[in-house]
Ligand binder design. Structure first.
Ligand code: IPE
Ligand code: IPE
Ligand code: MG
Length: 238
């Protein structure tokens, strides 16, 4: 089976650059190129939903110059690639906390979502200033506000209702989560949504990720048996 939704933790830009004696920002620049290729390859391979982790709520703790580089690259990516994404029928959505982002970034993100809102070929979800714990707390606050206002009662809160308060409301849970660079952790990515995701960890750094690496991850996914708490297909047939 092909995963409907692939999510990627694009990790290892810094180490890719360091291994080549380049500054970290060169790694991030190469990472944007890899992102372009990944969106194209995912489209060609018939992946309906692609989510990419571009900047975490914890990445603000990096040196200021690196944070500025990353903000600049997001601006560049949207300005340069939005038209092509739109032409290819890609719908763009952003998850994460936008409140405290710079004004021009906020409007670029909104522009990307509005321009592509009617597109149906493929969905690209960009996790930017995203942290799953922050997302869950914001969802809890919004539920609490509705309970306080008397719009709902605590008994009305269920799993689907909670999920609909998350930034990913309306987005199916990821089937496959890929992380590059050899690290094997979630780093605050999609904690709620990853409940039944399959994980594939690849040794390559993000700038070296291409169609071949995506196909490898898809093949690994394909060989897995998902059970969702039930019994396997073989046992069920007995
Ligand atoms: C991923 O690469 C990009 C972001 C987190 C924005 P890193 O910058 O984390 O690269 P490493 O992990 O230091 O090699
Ligand atoms: C996760 O990578 C965030 C993104 C890829 C945007 P990090 O490099 O920030 O994660 P840690 O610090 O190694 O856990
Ligand atoms: Mg990293």
């Amino acid at each position: 089976m092909k995963p409907a939704h692939v999510a990627i933790i694009m990790d290892g830009n810094g180490r890719w650059a360091e291994a080549r004696g380049l500054p970290r920002r060169a790694g991030h620049r190469a990472g944007v190129e890899a992102l372009r290729k990944a969106v194209r390859s995912a489209g060609e391979l018939g992946i309906n939903w692609l989510t990419v982790y571009a900047f975490s709520s914890e990445n603000w703790s990096r040196p200021r110059s690196e944070v500025n580089d990353l903000m600049g690259l997001l601006r560049l990516f949207i300005r340069r690639d939005l038209a092509e994404l739109h032409q290819n029928g890609v719908r763009v959505r952003i998850i994460g906390d936008r409140e405290n982002l710079e004004k021009d970034i906020k409007s670029l993100l909104l522009e990307a979502e509005n321009l592509t809102a009617e597109n149906t070929s493929m969905n690209l979800v960009i996790a930017f200033n995203y942290g799953a714990r922050d997302e869950i707390v914001r969802a809890a606050k919004s539920l609490f506000a509705d309970v306080q206002a008397g719009k709902i009662t605590a008994d009305d809160i269920d799993i689907d209702g909670f999920g609909n308060r998350l930034d990913t409301a309306g987005i199916p849970d990821p089937d496959l989560i890929i992380r590059t660079s050899g690290e094997q952790r979630l780093s605050n990515f999609l904690l709620w949504q990853a409940a039944y995701a399959e994980f594939v960890f690849l040794p390559c750094h993000w700038p070296d990720f291409g169609r071949c690496e995506l196909e490898t991850a898809l093949a690994t996914f394909n060989a897995r048996e998902r059970r969702f708490g039930g019994v396997g297909a073989r046992e069920a047939a007995l």
